[in-house]
Design a protein around this ligand. Structure first.
Ligand code: DAH
Length: 339
């Protein structure tokens, strides 16, 4: 019997588990009411008295070892869980943090603003709800001017006219009224036109307006500024200016950049010409200067305006303008890596 008890002591010492249930089974097996120890102590009663001393010691030893074992394993179990809770596993690779992404319109707007701010332009903004004077009249578009029809307007009230601005040129009016030359400002913003929605056109879109007023500003300054911009924005500085008409500039021009004809896409977007129209521009009409209390004899300036969606569509090869406003996460997520 002594041998059996000594062997059990070794078994108990060797036992190990991290499982709560298994510890309980172990406890019952050795220390339970019908457990091994109970049985052995019962048998102990009938043992010859000469053997009792050694056997008694061995049995006590077995019981203490089993009790200690159970306590030790239970301790380990609670220690491990609290440890995990506090520190986690410090050697585990961290989980990837899911980054959000900027909207492509914001990305392009920020880039345009940043490029012009490098050459001293500041940012100005104006209201989206405008009156007739700031959106039209002050920009040399008096009532019944035919060019008003070019911009299908959402009217909120008709007399006097309150409307959703059709272009950010209204901000140049506000800026000229409130600031003295020299003026160098860039005005990004949302504009509205009552147009049918299609892959190419939307009733809400974004523009950036640029305005530069000082003494002796010439058309050459305009051209130089624009070629700097196209170089920085698209990596292409070859531009051409085609005569055009805007009521608020004289002379006026449409700006094309030479995009090239290297790929099939280049052919498609430039309709086989290699040239792409990206904005309108011109020398600020003296009437506009007068309307905003700037002396046209002393000052001259240039202005330009471009659509942000159009530029974003070119840069990222987005085929449909409606994608900007659908908030489809699969579309937006593609801009994660772009700042
Ligand atoms: N406001 C024009 C438009 O919405 C764009 C534009 C053209 C702005 C020429 C300008 C400019 O400042 O000089 O189509």
């Amino acid at each position: 019997m002594l041998d059996k008890v000594n062997k059990l002591i070794i078994d108990v010492q060797a036992f190990n588990t991290k499982n709560k249930e298994e510890i309980e089974v172990f406890r019952i097996k050795y220390l339970g009411n019908k457990g091994i120890l109970k049985e052995l102590f019962n048998a102990f009663k009938g043992v010859d008295s000469t053997l009792k001393k050694d056997l008694g010691q061995a049995l006590n030893n077995l019981r203490n070892t089993a009790v200690n074992k159970v306590n030790e394993l239970k301790d380990d179990l609670t220690k491990n869980t609290t440890k995990k809770f506090v520190y986690g596993d410090l050697t585990r690779p961290s989980e990837a943090i899911s980054l959000g992404s900027r909207h492509p319109i914001a990305i392009v707007k920020n880039r345009i603003v940043e490029i012009f701010s490098r050459i001293g332009f500041n940012i100005s903004e104006g209201p989206e709800i405008e009156d007739d004077w700031h959106n039209f009249t002050a920009l040399n578009l008096p009532k019944h001017h035919p060019a008003r029809d070019m911009q299908d307007t959402f009217f909120i009230e008709t007399d006097p006219a309150i409307l959703l601005r059709t272009h950010t040129s209204s901000v140049q009016v506000r800026y000229m009224k409130n600031n003295k030359p020299p003026i160098r400002t860039i005005s990004p913003g949302r504009v509205f036109r009552n147009e049918d929605i299609s892959a190419r056109a939307h009733c809400i879109f974004h523009q950036v307006e640029g305005l530069y007023i000082d003494t002796d500003v010439s058309f050459a300054d305009l051209k130089q500024t624009l070629s700097y911009f196209t170089k920085e924005m698209f990596g292409k500085s070859k531009i051409r200016l085609r005569p055009s008409y805007f009521p608020f500039t004289e002379p006026s021009a449409e700006v094309d950049i030479y995009w090239g004809l290297e790929t099939e896409i280049d052919y498609k977007i430039t309709k086989g010409t290699g040239w792409l129209e990206i904005m309108g521009c011109g020398m600020v009409d003296p009437n506009v200067l007068k309307n905003t209390n700037i002396d046209p004899k002393k000052y001259s300036g240039f202005a330009f305006g471009m659509g942000i969606e159009r530029i974003a569509m070119l840069l990222y090869q987005i085929p449909d303008i409606r994608m900007f406003y659908e908030n489809d996460i699969r579309f937006l997520e593609q801009f994660k890596s772009v700042l």
